[in-house]
Write a protein that binds this ligand. Sequence first.
Ligand SMILES: *[C@@H]1O[C@H](CO)[C@@H](O)[C@H](O)[C@H]1NC(C)=O
Ligand SMILES: *[C@@H]1O[C@H](CO)[C@@H](O)[C@H](O)[C@H]1NC(C)=O
Ligand SMILES: *[C@@H]1O[C@H](CO)[C@@H](O)[C@H](O)[C@H]1NC(C)=O
Ligand SMILES: *[C@@H]1O[C@H](CO)[C@@H](O)[C@H](O)[C@H]1NC(C)=O
Ligand SMILES: *[C@@H]1O[C@H](CO)[C@@H](O)[C@H](O)[C@H]1NC(C)=O
Length: 553
Amino acid sequence: MKLALVPLLATLAAAAPSAPGWRFDLKAETSGIVALEAIVVSPTLVLFFDRASNDPLQINNHSAWGALWNLESSTVQPLDVFTNSFCGSGALISNGSMVSVGGDPDGFPGNPAIHPGNQAIRVFEPCESPTGEGCTLFDNPDALHLLVKRWYTTAIRIFDGSLLIIGGIHESTPFYNTDPALSYEFFPRKEDTPRPSEFLNRSLPANLFPRAFALPDGKVFIVANNQSIIYDIEANTERILPDIPNNVRVTNPIDGSAILLPLSPPDFIPEVLVCGGTQTDTIDPLLLSSQTPATTQCSRIRLDEAGIAKGWEVEHMLEPRIMPELVHLPNGQVLIANGARSGFAAIASVSEPVGNSNADHAVLTPSLYTPTAPLGRRISNADMPSSGIARVYHSSINLTPQGNFLIAGSNPNMNTTVGPGIKFPSEFRVQTLDPPFMFVDRPKIGATPKKLAFNKKVTVPISLPLALTRPGAKVQVSLMDLGFSTHAFHSSARLVFMDATISADRKSLTFTTPPNGRVFPPGPATVFLTVDDVTSEGAWVMMGSGNSPPTLE
Ligand SMILES: *[C@@H]1O[C@H](CO)[C@@H](O)[C@H](O)[C@H]1NC(C)=O
Ligand SMILES: *[C@@H]1O[C@H](CO)[C@@H](O)[C@H](O)[C@H]1NC(C)=O
Ligand SMILES: *[C@@H]1O[C@H](CO)[C@@H](O)[C@H](O)[C@H]1NC(C)=O
Ligand SMILES: *[C@@H]1O[C@H](CO)[C@@H](O)[C@H](O)[C@H]1NC(C)=O
Ligand SMILES: *[C@@H]1O[C@H](CO)[C@@H](O)[C@H](O)[C@H]1NC(C)=O
């Protein structure tokens, strides 16, 4: 009897239903290049950029610094880039092209194929091939270039489908912004001279990679250092908003992250969440160290008159984080991932560097932020595993059209292996972080029109697993820009909820697209259906006409 009991119990234990949790999955040993910039450019492809250096992936007899990651096969292929894309920014624009701007003025010993990137505009036209075959990057500074040199700049897609390009530095910097580009410009150009910005001057010196969001009235919210504004593009005016509280600074090299919380009909009132960075009143690298604690602080502001008058509301992450990443989930939650408990962004500039890393004590366990929960109860890491891989300076994370997160990069050190002093080598391993819904039957969205007009009702076929057909199930339909990930910021990332109903026979879904391009700037988007927190794969669509910018439809 006793002997028989053991296998019986073991069988019972194995058969016991266990709630599926979040999982990290190692997809590949190498991304070919360090994926320090990453943007989803089609349902199956993610474009990576690195600094031009000694990456293992080769093209035309030299190390590549651009690549296409295939989400279906978890393989990488090189992309020929002419200019140095290191620490640039980018976005998808209204006609579906990916435009990357700015970068490094310098080359790299032993890689002769490099041209200065700080005035570059690189265009990757919409790629129809699922494997990226035949898709190339247009990168010719003689034909196309920025008005001024910009490195560590930010680019976001705005209401007319063009790019607003914000700030940056002209040339090399020892640690913070010593040679600032104190201006805005646009791609395509709206005028022949850059627009000066008092805000960019006032927010010096820790104001690289400003965190900026296109608001649903067409204006732009920007936070840099500990200051914030609303920039009115059409009137060319800056309205000063309250500082981030408690001397917390949130832009490079003191990288916190920021996100525009989901926008919901009918009013689409914007709220911004800023998390991490460091509480400091000095930027002197000699007084800062890899061991300087980061902040746990998150600050949230509602951007209507009442919210602005109230100012920032403070809450706290479960741990301090420098260089955290804030990424939308299609159900409106926000993933907080990556980063470190202490130190700073940038390389080999503060005291006690770890090898070349200005940061130490990588945070390996993500958290979830639930915007609709009460203050103090919004952040949890229950059921979250440890990634096992440090993702510190120069890492990236993207929500994929499949609904999971692609995580890659990290290289405060050029060394590719751990060794004496090299605790954080160049990281080529690619992981996904898979939400629990990846392991159950999911809703499916059927054939969806390739183009969606604004302010229209759209009906698409769906199928729902039986488990999701309970009366009163929570149905959410989100229209998302998956963003351009670099330096702890996802520029242009956006989630707009759409009013939606499922037909009585549960075979079709009808949703209402956003009223105009101010609510969702015209351009590529992904539609997800979530029922009771189980999310479908996304449908890749063109929101708006698909016209080249500027376009109001
Ligand atoms: C690469 O190098 C090899 C050997 O030196 C040479 O034969 C070949 O033409 C080169 N290819 C390109 C694309 O430059
Ligand atoms: C930036 O601000 C400083 C200090 O207020 C001022 O002296 C300087 O003229 C400003 N620079 C620009 C370009 O506005
Ligand atoms: C923001 O930073 C400035 C410059 O260091 C400082 O004077 C100001 O007090 C800070 N604001 C807050 C709210 O901490
Ligand atoms: C790191 O790389 C540098 C430059 O190639 C080399 O000199 C150094 O020995 C490497 N360190 C380790 C621990 O491998
Ligand atoms: C999109 O517009 C940009 C700016 O005019 C242009 O460079 C690019 O070629 C266009 N792409 C397509 C697919 O029309």
